[in-house]
Design a protein around this ligand. Structure first.
Ligand code: CA
Ligand code: CA
Length: 149
């Protein structure tokens, strides 16, 4: 099955599952996880994900602990990037296992499962550095965002 657009990548039910996975992960960490889908990009996926990160105001969390899972669906390009509250403390290959899980699931056609699992993995990683706080607030939307470019 070919993947046409970011809009079609996840069904409405799938998107709700992903939002629920984000909500569940954020019950355990103060970090903020977002999932953003786009159709296609020309640029380097990591550079572009960094651009999207700023566009979504993800650099404005109190503890600089937002993490973006970015997917360019027609190119099957994926990136996971964390804000400086995370990236300053972790090895460069910190997110590689998350990327591997995403790629494996996408190759198998299980998109929602892949994203939900990636969200859970990111949540587990965030825990160590940013445990959930009693006064935590939901700083960034848990909804999947779709880029129109
Ligand atoms: Ca939070
Ligand atoms: Ca959130």
């Amino acid at each position: 099955m070919s993947i046409a657009t970011a809009e079609d990548f996840l069904s409405e039910t799938d998107r709700q599952r992903v939002s629920a996975a984000i909500r569940a992960a954020e019950m355990r960490t103060s970090g903020e996880i977002r999932v953003h889908l786009e159709d296609h990009i020309e640029d380097d996926v990591l550079d572009h994900a960094a651009f999207v990160f700023e566009e979504l105001d993800m650099h404005k969390t109190k503890d600089r602990n937002g993490v973006l899972i970015y997917v360019s669906v027609s190119d099957r390009k994926v990136a996971v990037i964390g804000d400086k509250g995370i990236n300053e403390r972790v090895p460069e290959n910190f997110w590689n296992d998350v990327l591997a899980v995403l790629r494996a699931h996408f190759a198998a056609g299980s998109r929602a499962d892949g994203i939900c699992e990636a969200v859970a993995m990111v949540g587990e990683k965030l825990l160590a550095f940013h445990p959930h706080q009693r006064d935590d607030s939901d700083e960034l939307s848990n909804d999947v965002s779709i880029g129109t470019r």
